[in-house]
Ligand binder design. Structure first.
Ligand SMILES: [Zn+2]
Length: 72
């Protein structure tokens, strides 16, 4: 089962099954637009998770550094 789907960049991609990658821009192309939206939310979730992790690590780092630097 393959379908012709037009990517956001305008390139027509033949999608086998549910998902394929655009040969032009490298973005995932879905036959179902709902899945495309879900991918968008997933990316957002991952971005938030990533920023959260970085913030947490920076906090831990600063905490350790401040402990290290405070000399009584
Ligand atoms: Zn594309």
């Amino acid at each position: 089962m393959s379908e012709q789907v037009t990517c956001k960049c305008g390139n027509v991609v033949t999608v086998e099954g549910e998902r394929s990658w655009c040969t032009k821009c490298g973005q995932p192309v879905y036959t179902d637009p709902k899945k495309q939206r879900r991918h968008k939310w997933n990316s957002l979730y991952l971005t938030v998770l990533f920023i959260g992790t970085i913030t947490f690590l920076v906090y831990i780092y600063l905490e350790l550094v401040s402990k290290f630097w405070v000399v009584e």
